[in-house]
Design a protein around this ligand. Structure first.
Ligand SMILES: *Cc1c(COP(=O)(O)O)cnc(C)c1O
Length: 475
Protein backbone atom coordinates (compact mmCIF):
# COMPACT_ATOMS: atom_id res chain seq x y z
CA UNK A 1 0.00 0.00 0.00
CA UNK A 2 1.56 3.28 -1.01
CA UNK A 3 1.97 5.86 1.70
CA UNK A 4 -0.76 8.40 1.20
CA UNK A 5 -0.59 12.02 2.04
CA UNK A 6 -3.83 13.36 3.48
CA UNK A 7 -4.04 16.10 0.83
CA UNK A 8 -4.38 13.52 -1.89
CA UNK A 9 -7.86 12.90 -0.59
CA UNK A 10 -8.94 16.51 -0.20
CA UNK A 11 -11.13 16.29 -3.24
CA UNK A 12 -13.40 13.96 -1.24
CA UNK A 13 -14.12 16.36 1.58
CA UNK A 14 -17.66 15.26 2.33
CA UNK A 15 -18.16 13.52 5.66
CA UNK A 16 -19.25 9.91 5.90
CA UNK A 17 -23.00 9.73 6.11
CA UNK A 18 -25.06 6.86 7.40
CA UNK A 19 -27.87 5.63 5.19
CA UNK A 20 -31.33 5.61 6.78
CA UNK A 21 -31.29 1.92 7.76
CA UNK A 22 -31.03 2.18 11.52
CA UNK A 23 -33.49 5.03 12.25
CA UNK A 24 -30.54 6.59 14.06
CA UNK A 25 -29.82 9.15 11.37
CA UNK A 26 -28.56 11.66 10.91
CA UNK A 27 -25.16 10.20 11.68
CA UNK A 28 -22.34 12.13 10.13
CA UNK A 29 -18.70 11.47 10.89
CA UNK A 30 -15.57 13.09 9.52
CA UNK A 31 -13.71 11.08 6.91
CA UNK A 32 -10.14 11.98 7.87
CA UNK A 33 -10.40 13.11 11.48
CA UNK A 34 -11.12 11.08 14.57
CA UNK A 35 -14.87 11.39 15.26
CA UNK A 36 -15.63 13.50 18.28
CA UNK A 37 -17.77 10.93 20.04
CA UNK A 38 -18.75 7.29 19.91
CA UNK A 39 -21.49 5.52 17.96
CA UNK A 40 -23.32 2.19 18.24
CA UNK A 41 -21.16 -0.79 17.26
CA UNK A 42 -23.75 -1.92 14.69
CA UNK A 43 -23.71 1.49 13.08
CA UNK A 44 -19.91 1.58 12.91
CA UNK A 45 -19.89 -1.96 11.58
CA UNK A 46 -22.31 -1.10 8.78
CA UNK A 47 -20.31 1.98 7.76
CA UNK A 48 -17.06 0.02 7.57
CA UNK A 49 -18.71 -2.98 5.94
CA UNK A 50 -20.26 -0.84 3.22
CA UNK A 51 -16.98 0.89 2.41
CA UNK A 52 -15.24 -2.46 2.04
CA UNK A 53 -17.71 -3.66 -0.58
CA UNK A 54 -15.57 -1.75 -3.04
CA UNK A 55 -12.60 -4.04 -2.47
CA UNK A 56 -12.09 -6.61 -5.19
CA UNK A 57 -13.19 -10.20 -4.87
CA UNK A 58 -10.12 -11.92 -3.46
CA UNK A 59 -10.85 -15.26 -5.14
CA UNK A 60 -10.81 -13.59 -8.58
CA UNK A 61 -7.42 -12.04 -7.85
CA UNK A 62 -5.00 -14.00 -10.01
CA UNK A 63 -2.23 -11.52 -9.29
CA UNK A 64 -1.50 -12.45 -5.72
CA UNK A 65 0.49 -15.45 -4.50
CA UNK A 66 -1.12 -15.10 -1.08
CA UNK A 67 -3.93 -17.34 0.20
CA UNK A 68 -7.46 -16.14 -0.40
CA UNK A 69 -9.21 -19.24 0.85
CA UNK A 70 -8.78 -21.36 3.91
CA UNK A 71 -10.85 -23.88 5.80
CA UNK A 72 -13.46 -22.62 8.26
CA UNK A 73 -11.78 -24.64 11.02
CA UNK A 74 -8.54 -22.70 10.46
CA UNK A 75 -10.50 -19.45 10.59
CA UNK A 76 -12.17 -20.58 13.80
CA UNK A 77 -8.80 -21.32 15.42
CA UNK A 78 -7.54 -17.93 14.24
CA UNK A 79 -10.54 -16.27 15.89
CA UNK A 80 -9.83 -18.19 19.09
CA UNK A 81 -6.22 -16.95 19.03
CA UNK A 82 -6.88 -13.35 18.01
CA UNK A 83 -5.54 -12.00 21.30
CA UNK A 84 -2.36 -14.06 21.34
CA UNK A 85 0.86 -12.18 20.86
CA UNK A 86 3.58 -14.35 19.39
CA UNK A 87 6.30 -12.65 21.45
CA UNK A 88 4.68 -13.53 24.80
CA UNK A 89 6.24 -16.97 24.86
CA UNK A 90 5.86 -17.08 28.61
CA UNK A 91 2.16 -16.28 28.51
CA UNK A 92 1.35 -18.51 25.51
CA UNK A 93 3.81 -21.38 25.83
CA UNK A 94 1.68 -23.71 23.74
CA UNK A 95 1.58 -21.29 20.80
CA UNK A 96 5.36 -21.09 21.11
CA UNK A 97 5.48 -24.90 21.12
CA UNK A 98 3.40 -25.06 17.92
CA UNK A 99 5.79 -22.58 16.26
CA UNK A 100 8.71 -24.84 17.22
CA UNK A 101 6.93 -27.90 15.81
CA UNK A 102 6.35 -26.07 12.51
CA UNK A 103 10.06 -25.17 12.32
CA UNK A 104 10.99 -28.81 12.86
CA UNK A 105 8.51 -30.01 10.27
CA UNK A 106 9.93 -27.56 7.72
CA UNK A 107 13.51 -28.54 8.58
CA UNK A 108 12.64 -32.15 7.74
CA UNK A 109 10.62 -31.19 4.68
CA UNK A 110 13.66 -29.25 3.42
CA UNK A 111 16.00 -32.14 4.23
CA UNK A 112 18.15 -30.56 6.90
CA UNK A 113 20.84 -33.22 7.42
CA UNK A 114 20.48 -32.91 11.15
CA UNK A 115 16.93 -31.65 11.58
CA UNK A 116 17.09 -31.06 15.31
CA UNK A 117 20.12 -28.79 14.80
CA UNK A 118 18.33 -26.58 12.26
CA UNK A 119 17.19 -23.26 13.67
CA UNK A 120 14.34 -21.11 12.52
CA UNK A 121 11.40 -18.91 13.34
CA UNK A 122 8.11 -17.62 12.09
CA UNK A 123 7.98 -14.14 10.60
CA UNK A 124 5.37 -11.78 9.22
CA UNK A 125 6.02 -13.09 5.73
CA UNK A 126 8.84 -13.85 3.34
CA UNK A 127 9.91 -10.22 3.31
CA UNK A 128 10.80 -10.24 7.00
CA UNK A 129 12.31 -13.71 6.54
CA UNK A 130 14.44 -12.37 3.68
CA UNK A 131 15.67 -9.50 5.86
CA UNK A 132 16.67 -12.02 8.53
CA UNK A 133 18.34 -14.33 6.01
CA UNK A 134 20.20 -11.41 4.49
CA UNK A 135 21.24 -10.07 7.90
CA UNK A 136 22.66 -13.46 8.89
CA UNK A 137 24.70 -13.54 5.67
CA UNK A 138 25.89 -10.00 6.26
CA UNK A 139 26.87 -10.67 9.87
CA UNK A 140 28.79 -13.81 8.87
CA UNK A 141 30.69 -11.75 6.31
CA UNK A 142 31.36 -9.06 8.95
CA UNK A 143 32.83 -11.68 11.24
CA UNK A 144 35.11 -12.87 8.46
CA UNK A 145 35.96 -9.26 7.67
CA UNK A 146 36.89 -8.54 11.28
CA UNK A 147 39.37 -11.37 10.95
CA UNK A 148 40.79 -9.96 7.68
CA UNK A 149 40.64 -6.28 8.59
CA UNK A 150 39.13 -5.03 5.27
CA UNK A 151 36.68 -2.13 5.16
CA UNK A 152 34.90 -2.78 1.88
CA UNK A 153 31.16 -2.64 1.27
CA UNK A 154 29.36 -5.98 1.27
CA UNK A 155 27.42 -7.12 -1.80
CA UNK A 156 24.66 -9.61 -2.48
CA UNK A 157 24.39 -11.38 -5.83
CA UNK A 158 20.97 -12.27 -7.26
CA UNK A 159 18.95 -12.32 -10.44
CA UNK A 160 17.27 -9.08 -11.47
CA UNK A 161 14.03 -11.07 -11.21
CA UNK A 162 14.18 -11.17 -7.39
CA UNK A 163 11.14 -9.98 -5.52
CA UNK A 164 11.25 -6.39 -4.34
CA UNK A 165 12.03 -7.46 -0.73
CA UNK A 166 15.65 -8.13 -1.75
CA UNK A 167 16.01 -4.68 -3.23
CA UNK A 168 14.68 -3.38 0.09
CA UNK A 169 17.09 -5.53 2.08
CA UNK A 170 20.05 -4.16 0.13
CA UNK A 171 18.81 -0.61 0.45
CA UNK A 172 17.85 -0.69 4.14
CA UNK A 173 20.89 -2.60 5.33
CA UNK A 174 23.52 -0.98 3.19
CA UNK A 175 24.47 -3.88 1.01
CA UNK A 176 25.30 -3.47 -2.66
CA UNK A 177 22.72 -5.29 -4.81
CA UNK A 178 24.44 -7.02 -7.73
CA UNK A 179 21.82 -8.11 -10.21
CA UNK A 180 22.38 -10.73 -12.86
CA UNK A 181 20.48 -9.31 -15.84
CA UNK A 182 18.09 -11.32 -17.99
CA UNK A 183 19.50 -12.43 -21.31
CA UNK A 184 17.51 -13.52 -24.35
CA UNK A 185 15.09 -16.18 -23.18
CA UNK A 186 16.78 -16.62 -19.82
CA UNK A 187 14.48 -14.85 -17.38
CA UNK A 188 16.32 -15.63 -14.15
CA UNK A 189 19.93 -15.95 -13.03
CA UNK A 190 22.42 -18.33 -14.56
CA UNK A 191 25.09 -19.92 -12.36
CA UNK A 192 27.90 -18.65 -14.58
CA UNK A 193 26.69 -15.04 -14.62
CA UNK A 194 26.11 -15.13 -10.84
CA UNK A 195 29.57 -16.46 -10.08
CA UNK A 196 31.10 -13.81 -12.28
CA UNK A 197 29.64 -11.10 -10.01
CA UNK A 198 31.04 -12.68 -6.83
CA UNK A 199 34.11 -11.39 -5.04
CA UNK A 200 35.58 -11.44 -1.53
CA UNK A 201 32.84 -9.07 -0.29
CA UNK A 202 29.94 -11.14 -1.53
CA UNK A 203 27.87 -12.09 1.51
CA UNK A 204 25.86 -14.64 -0.43
CA UNK A 205 23.88 -15.46 -3.55
CA UNK A 206 20.09 -15.50 -3.48
CA UNK A 207 18.42 -18.20 -5.55
CA UNK A 208 14.69 -17.93 -6.08
CA UNK A 209 12.49 -20.99 -6.16
CA UNK A 210 9.53 -19.58 -7.96
CA UNK A 211 10.50 -16.36 -9.72
CA UNK A 212 7.97 -13.60 -9.24
CA UNK A 213 8.14 -12.71 -12.92
CA UNK A 214 7.26 -16.09 -14.40
CA UNK A 215 7.04 -18.72 -11.64
CA UNK A 216 10.18 -20.55 -12.78
CA UNK A 217 12.63 -22.28 -10.46
CA UNK A 218 16.18 -20.96 -10.49
CA UNK A 219 18.83 -23.69 -10.88
CA UNK A 220 19.94 -23.95 -7.25
CA UNK A 221 21.99 -27.16 -7.55
CA UNK A 222 23.84 -25.85 -10.61
CA UNK A 223 24.50 -22.59 -8.78
CA UNK A 224 25.87 -24.52 -5.80
CA UNK A 225 28.15 -26.50 -8.12
CA UNK A 226 29.40 -23.31 -9.77
CA UNK A 227 30.13 -21.82 -6.33
CA UNK A 228 31.90 -25.05 -5.29
CA UNK A 229 34.07 -24.63 -8.35
CA UNK A 230 34.70 -20.97 -7.49
CA UNK A 231 35.82 -22.02 -4.02
CA UNK A 232 38.18 -24.58 -5.48
CA UNK A 233 39.71 -22.00 -7.78
CA UNK A 234 39.84 -18.98 -5.46
CA UNK A 235 39.13 -20.08 -1.89
CA UNK A 236 35.97 -17.89 -1.76
CA UNK A 237 33.29 -19.72 0.21
CA UNK A 238 29.98 -18.07 -0.67
CA UNK A 239 26.73 -19.34 0.87
CA UNK A 240 23.35 -19.54 -0.84
CA UNK A 241 20.06 -18.31 0.55
CA UNK A 242 17.06 -19.85 -1.19
CA UNK A 243 14.04 -17.57 -1.45
CA UNK A 244 11.39 -20.24 -1.60
CA UNK A 245 8.51 -17.87 -0.85
CA UNK A 246 6.28 -19.96 -3.09
CA UNK A 247 8.43 -22.84 -4.39
CA UNK A 248 9.65 -24.15 -1.02
CA UNK A 249 6.08 -25.31 -0.37
CA UNK A 250 5.65 -26.75 -3.88
CA UNK A 251 8.89 -28.55 -4.76
CA UNK A 252 9.03 -30.84 -1.67
CA UNK A 253 5.61 -32.24 -2.56
CA UNK A 254 5.68 -32.30 -6.34
CA UNK A 255 9.36 -32.44 -7.31
CA UNK A 256 11.00 -34.60 -4.63
CA UNK A 257 13.96 -35.37 -6.91
CA UNK A 258 14.80 -31.74 -7.49
CA UNK A 259 17.76 -30.97 -5.24
CA UNK A 260 17.48 -27.35 -4.12
CA UNK A 261 17.33 -27.44 -0.30
CA UNK A 262 19.55 -28.29 2.69
CA UNK A 263 20.71 -31.40 0.81
CA UNK A 264 23.10 -28.91 -0.80
CA UNK A 265 25.72 -28.10 1.86
CA UNK A 266 26.06 -24.62 0.36
CA UNK A 267 22.44 -23.72 1.14
CA UNK A 268 22.71 -21.84 4.43
CA UNK A 269 19.13 -20.66 4.80
CA UNK A 270 15.68 -20.89 3.24
CA UNK A 271 12.56 -18.79 3.56
CA UNK A 272 8.98 -19.43 2.61
CA UNK A 273 5.66 -17.63 2.93
CA UNK A 274 3.32 -19.64 5.14
CA UNK A 275 0.59 -17.47 3.64
CA UNK A 276 1.35 -18.51 0.05
CA UNK A 277 1.48 -22.23 -0.71
CA UNK A 278 1.69 -22.89 3.03
CA UNK A 279 -2.05 -22.20 2.67
CA UNK A 280 -2.44 -19.84 5.66
CA UNK A 281 -4.26 -16.49 5.47
CA UNK A 282 -1.97 -13.39 5.19
CA UNK A 283 0.52 -12.82 8.00
CA UNK A 284 3.05 -15.63 8.32
CA UNK A 285 6.42 -16.57 6.86
CA UNK A 286 9.26 -18.85 7.89
CA UNK A 287 13.03 -18.51 7.97
CA UNK A 288 15.28 -21.51 8.60
CA UNK A 289 19.05 -21.94 8.87
CA UNK A 290 20.71 -25.28 8.29
CA UNK A 291 22.47 -25.16 11.68
CA UNK A 292 23.63 -22.77 14.37
CA UNK A 293 26.80 -21.89 12.46
CA UNK A 294 24.68 -20.38 9.70
CA UNK A 295 22.96 -17.99 12.12
CA UNK A 296 25.50 -15.91 14.09
CA UNK A 297 24.61 -15.97 17.76
CA UNK A 298 25.11 -12.22 18.19
CA UNK A 299 22.00 -11.57 16.06
CA UNK A 300 19.83 -13.51 18.46
CA UNK A 301 18.05 -11.74 21.29
CA UNK A 302 16.72 -13.38 24.39
CA UNK A 303 13.26 -13.11 25.91
CA UNK A 304 11.94 -14.58 29.09
CA UNK A 305 10.19 -17.91 28.64
CA UNK A 306 8.72 -19.90 31.51
CA UNK A 307 11.29 -18.33 33.75
CA UNK A 308 13.96 -19.48 31.32
CA UNK A 309 15.56 -17.99 28.30
CA UNK A 310 14.08 -18.05 24.79
CA UNK A 311 16.20 -16.97 21.84
CA UNK A 312 14.39 -14.85 19.21
CA UNK A 313 15.45 -13.39 15.90
CA UNK A 314 12.88 -11.02 14.38
CA UNK A 315 12.40 -7.47 13.18
CA UNK A 316 9.01 -7.14 14.88
CA UNK A 317 8.41 -7.51 18.57
CA UNK A 318 4.65 -8.07 18.84
CA UNK A 319 3.10 -10.23 16.15
CA UNK A 320 -0.16 -12.16 15.88
CA UNK A 321 -0.01 -15.78 17.03
CA UNK A 322 -3.13 -16.80 15.11
CA UNK A 323 -1.37 -17.36 11.77
CA UNK A 324 1.22 -19.61 13.36
CA UNK A 325 -1.56 -21.67 14.94
CA UNK A 326 -3.28 -21.86 11.54
CA UNK A 327 -0.02 -23.05 9.96
CA UNK A 328 0.22 -25.83 12.49
CA UNK A 329 -3.43 -26.69 11.88
CA UNK A 330 -2.78 -26.99 8.12
CA UNK A 331 0.28 -29.18 8.64
CA UNK A 332 -1.67 -31.44 10.97
CA UNK A 333 -4.83 -31.43 8.90
CA UNK A 334 -3.29 -32.08 5.48
CA UNK A 335 -0.09 -33.92 6.21
CA UNK A 336 2.30 -34.65 3.36
CA UNK A 337 -0.31 -36.35 1.18
CA UNK A 338 -2.84 -33.59 1.64
CA UNK A 339 -0.36 -30.88 0.69
CA UNK A 340 0.73 -32.95 -2.28
CA UNK A 341 -2.85 -33.24 -3.52
CA UNK A 342 -3.58 -29.54 -3.07
CA UNK A 343 -0.36 -28.48 -4.84
CA UNK A 344 -0.80 -31.08 -7.60
CA UNK A 345 -4.30 -29.76 -8.24
CA UNK A 346 -2.94 -26.22 -8.50
CA UNK A 347 -0.30 -27.45 -10.95
CA UNK A 348 -2.91 -29.37 -12.98
CA UNK A 349 -5.14 -26.32 -13.23
CA UNK A 350 -2.19 -24.06 -14.08
CA UNK A 351 -0.74 -26.28 -16.81
CA UNK A 352 -4.12 -26.96 -18.38
CA UNK A 353 -5.11 -23.29 -18.34
CA UNK A 354 -1.72 -22.32 -19.76
CA UNK A 355 -2.18 -24.84 -22.56
CA UNK A 356 -5.66 -23.55 -23.37
CA UNK A 357 -4.45 -19.95 -23.40
CA UNK A 358 -1.60 -20.90 -25.72
CA UNK A 359 -4.18 -22.53 -27.98
CA UNK A 360 -6.24 -19.35 -28.34
CA UNK A 361 -3.83 -18.03 -30.95
CA UNK A 362 -2.65 -14.58 -29.99
CA UNK A 363 -0.62 -15.65 -26.93
CA UNK A 364 2.73 -17.30 -26.43
CA UNK A 365 3.73 -18.87 -23.11
CA UNK A 366 6.83 -17.71 -21.25
CA UNK A 367 6.26 -20.45 -18.64
CA UNK A 368 3.60 -23.15 -18.46
CA UNK A 369 2.84 -23.56 -14.74
CA UNK A 370 4.75 -26.84 -14.45
CA UNK A 371 7.12 -25.53 -11.77
CA UNK A 372 5.26 -23.27 -9.36
CA UNK A 373 1.62 -23.14 -10.49
CA UNK A 374 2.27 -19.73 -11.97
CA UNK A 375 2.67 -18.86 -15.61
CA UNK A 376 3.37 -15.80 -17.70
CA UNK A 377 2.42 -15.23 -21.32
CA UNK A 378 2.98 -12.57 -23.91
CA UNK A 379 1.23 -11.44 -27.04
CA UNK A 380 2.64 -13.10 -30.11
CA UNK A 381 4.84 -10.96 -32.31
CA UNK A 382 2.96 -9.49 -35.26
CA UNK A 383 -0.25 -8.98 -33.31
CA UNK A 384 -0.56 -5.26 -32.86
CA UNK A 385 -4.24 -4.56 -32.29
CA UNK A 386 -3.91 -4.72 -28.52
CA UNK A 387 -1.41 -4.88 -25.67
CA UNK A 388 -1.21 -7.09 -22.57
CA UNK A 389 -2.32 -4.00 -20.68
CA UNK A 390 -5.52 -3.91 -22.76
CA UNK A 391 -6.16 -7.57 -21.92
CA UNK A 392 -5.60 -6.93 -18.21
CA UNK A 393 -7.97 -3.95 -18.21
CA UNK A 394 -10.64 -5.82 -20.18
CA UNK A 395 -10.56 -8.81 -17.83
CA UNK A 396 -10.91 -6.44 -14.93
CA UNK A 397 -14.32 -5.44 -16.27
CA UNK A 398 -15.48 -8.92 -15.29
CA UNK A 399 -13.72 -8.77 -11.92
CA UNK A 400 -10.60 -10.79 -12.82
CA UNK A 401 -7.33 -9.32 -11.64
CA UNK A 402 -4.64 -10.49 -14.05
CA UNK A 403 -1.54 -8.33 -13.82
CA UNK A 404 0.39 -7.10 -16.85
CA UNK A 405 3.92 -5.75 -16.55
CA UNK A 406 7.16 -5.35 -18.43
CA UNK A 407 10.29 -7.34 -17.70
CA UNK A 408 13.45 -5.71 -16.29
CA UNK A 409 16.77 -4.86 -17.82
CA UNK A 410 17.81 -6.42 -21.07
CA UNK A 411 14.23 -7.55 -21.67
CA UNK A 412 12.30 -4.33 -21.10
CA UNK A 413 10.84 -4.97 -24.56
CA UNK A 414 8.90 -7.92 -23.12
CA UNK A 415 5.46 -7.31 -21.58
CA UNK A 416 3.51 -10.19 -20.10
CA UNK A 417 0.39 -11.23 -18.26
CA UNK A 418 0.76 -13.54 -15.28
CA UNK A 419 -1.64 -15.95 -13.60
CA UNK A 420 -1.06 -17.44 -10.14
CA UNK A 421 -3.14 -20.55 -9.49
CA UNK A 422 -3.85 -20.97 -5.79
CA UNK A 423 -5.79 -23.41 -3.66
CA UNK A 424 -9.45 -22.67 -4.41
CA UNK A 425 -8.92 -21.69 -8.05
CA UNK A 426 -10.63 -24.71 -9.54
CA UNK A 427 -10.81 -26.09 -13.07
CA UNK A 428 -14.29 -24.61 -13.12
CA UNK A 429 -13.10 -21.09 -12.31
CA UNK A 430 -10.33 -21.56 -14.88
CA UNK A 431 -12.99 -22.36 -17.51
CA UNK A 432 -14.94 -19.23 -16.57
CA UNK A 433 -11.78 -17.15 -16.92
CA UNK A 434 -11.04 -18.73 -20.27
CA UNK A 435 -14.56 -18.00 -21.54
CA UNK A 436 -14.19 -14.36 -20.47
CA UNK A 437 -10.78 -14.15 -22.11
CA UNK A 438 -12.22 -15.43 -25.39
CA UNK A 439 -15.04 -12.87 -25.23
CA UNK A 440 -12.57 -10.10 -24.51
CA UNK A 441 -10.36 -11.09 -27.42
CA UNK A 442 -13.21 -10.83 -29.94
CA UNK A 443 -13.49 -7.18 -29.03
CA UNK A 444 -9.80 -6.40 -28.68
CA UNK A 445 -8.97 -7.93 -32.05
CA UNK A 446 -11.04 -5.18 -33.69
CA UNK A 447 -9.09 -2.37 -32.08
CA UNK A 448 -6.98 -0.24 -34.38
CA UNK A 449 -4.06 -0.48 -31.95
CA UNK A 450 -3.14 -0.82 -28.28
CA UNK A 451 -5.13 1.51 -26.03
CA UNK A 452 -3.22 1.05 -22.81
CA UNK A 453 0.43 0.93 -21.86
CA UNK A 454 2.53 0.06 -18.81
CA UNK A 455 1.58 3.45 -17.34
CA UNK A 456 -2.04 2.31 -17.02
CA UNK A 457 -1.18 -1.01 -15.48
CA UNK A 458 -1.79 -0.20 -11.81
CA UNK A 459 0.40 -1.54 -9.06
CA UNK A 460 -0.54 -5.13 -8.65
CA UNK A 461 2.37 -7.10 -10.07
CA UNK A 462 3.19 -8.36 -6.57
CA UNK A 463 6.86 -7.62 -6.40
CA UNK A 464 7.56 -8.05 -10.10
CA UNK A 465 7.84 -4.31 -10.47
CA UNK A 466 10.92 -3.16 -12.33
CA UNK A 467 13.83 -2.33 -10.01
CA UNK A 468 14.10 1.38 -9.43
CA UNK A 469 17.38 2.58 -10.92
CA UNK A 470 17.08 5.95 -9.14
CA UNK A 471 17.11 4.38 -5.71
CA UNK A 472 20.25 5.45 -3.87
CA UNK A 473 21.08 1.95 -2.64
CA UNK A 474 21.19 0.61 -6.17
CA UNK A 475 24.53 0.10 -7.92
C1 LIG B 1 5.94 -13.10 -2.33
C2 LIG B 1 7.40 -13.19 -2.44
C3 LIG B 1 8.22 -12.51 -1.52
C4 LIG B 1 7.65 -11.63 -0.45
O1 LIG B 1 6.92 -12.41 0.45
P1 LIG B 1 5.83 -11.84 1.46
O2 LIG B 1 5.45 -13.08 2.20
O3 LIG B 1 4.74 -11.27 0.64
O4 LIG B 1 6.50 -10.83 2.32
C5 LIG B 1 9.59 -12.67 -1.62
N1 LIG B 1 10.12 -13.45 -2.57
C6 LIG B 1 9.37 -14.11 -3.48
C7 LIG B 1 10.03 -14.96 -4.51
C8 LIG B 1 7.99 -14.00 -3.45
O5 LIG B 1 7.24 -14.66 -4.33
Amino acid sequence: MPLKRAQEHHHISRDLELNPVFSREPVKVPRYALPKSEMEPETAYQLVHDELMLDGNARLNLATFVSTWTEPQALRLMGECAEKNMIDKDEYPQTAELETRCVHMLARLWNAPDAHRAVGCSTTGSSEAAMLGGLALKRRWQHRLAADGTTAKPNLVMGINVQICWEKFADYFDVEARYVPMEGERYHLSPEAAVELCDENTIGVVAVLGSTFDGSYEPVAELAAALDDLQERTGLDIPIHVDGASGAMIAPFLDPDLVWDFRLPRVASINTSGHKFGLVMPGVGWALWRDEQALPDDLVFHVNYLGGDMPTFALNFSRPGAQVVAQYYNFLRLGFDGYRRVQQTCRDVATRLAGEIAGLGPFELITDGSQTPVFAFRIRQGIDAFSVFDVSAALRERGWLVPAYTFPENRTDLAVLRIVVRNGFSHDLADLLLADLKRVLERLEHQSGPQRSADDAGGFAHGAETKNPKRPGRH
